[in-house]
Design a protein around this ligand. Structure first.
Ligand code: AP5
Ligand code: ZN
Length: 214
């Protein structure tokens, strides 16, 4: 199954993608995770992306399109994939369509998740992650932890650079201006499956599975 998870920052794309990996045995392709790894490893691409990411702006289309094109060609993507955080602009969506058609493939479903802005802010300002293994935590939601160390590996819990409130507000504005138009884009293509992102993680997952009829 070839899936896109679409929705604003903090709606739960990454959380839901992790569960879909187990369910379908297909990889998650998170452009955000790939870019953050490049920043951490101080690669030339990371150096180019860092300023955009820290301010909550989008990294230029040609950079992320190149990342995804390369990733889709890898062996583990041949039986399907979950795109998380890509495409994020109409040019990215057009490029994805061209890349896939060149591979004789297409998107099966675009799952569009939504929750209100107050909930997005709460989810993002409270998000924490293990600096060592990447495990996710939240100050209010399960697994809940305000500070301290990771249960799995005792790594330090940190807040993402772009999860400061001012940057979050910019990311939400960028989403509305540049990414929200993809809802109509995929609706017109007959691929949009709208799912309410409010509720338990398990409840949202069940609604996603129903929407893709799995
Ligand atoms: P990216 O990493 O893609 O970030 P994002 O889209 O802003 O999404 P997030 O990871 O913040 O949120 P999410 O929807 O995955 O939510 P999560 O599951 O973590 O992008 C970061 C940056 O990279 C961009 O700003 C840009 O600069 C660059 N970039 C990336 N892709 C790009 C592209 N294609 N083009 C250009 N630039 C690009 O959940 C959030 C929190 O809520 C967690 O704490 C979680 O535990 C909690 N939570 C989840 N579900 C629930 C629930 N049901 N109930 C309660 N809490 C929940
Ligand atoms: Zn850890």
């Amino acid at each position: 199954m070839n899936l896109i998870l679409l929705g604003p920052p903090g709606v739960g794309k990454g959380t839901q993608a992790k569960l879909l990996i187990d369910r379908f045995g297909i990889p998650q392709i998170s452009t955000g995770d790939i870019l953050r790894a490049a920043v951490k490893e101080l690669t030339p691409m990371g150096a180019k992306a860092k300023g955009f990411m820290d301010s909550g702006a989008l990294v230029p289309d040609e950079v992320v399109i190149g990342i995804v094109e390369e990733r889709l060609a890898q062996a583990d993507c041949q039986k399907g994939f979950i795109l998380d955080g890509f495409p994020r602009t109409v040019p990215q969506a057009d490029a994805l369509g061209q890349v896939l058609s060149g591979m004789g493939k297409s998107i099966d479903h675009v799952v569009s998740l939504s929750v209100d802005k107050a909930e997005l802010l709460k989810r993002l300002t409270g998000r924490r992650a293990c600096a060592n293994c990447g495990a996710g935590y939240h100050v209010d939601f399960a697994p809940s932890k305000v500070a301290g160390v990771c249960d799995a590996c005792s790594g330090q819990l940190v807040q993402r650079e772009d999860d400061k409130e001012e940057t979050i507000l910019n990311r939400l504005a960028v989403y509305e201006a540049q990414t929200a138009p993809l809802i109509a884009y995929y609706q017109a293509a007959g691929l949009l499956r709208s799912v309410d992102g409010l509720g338990t993680v398990e409840g949202v997952q069940a609604d996603i599975l129903a929407a893709v009829q799995a």
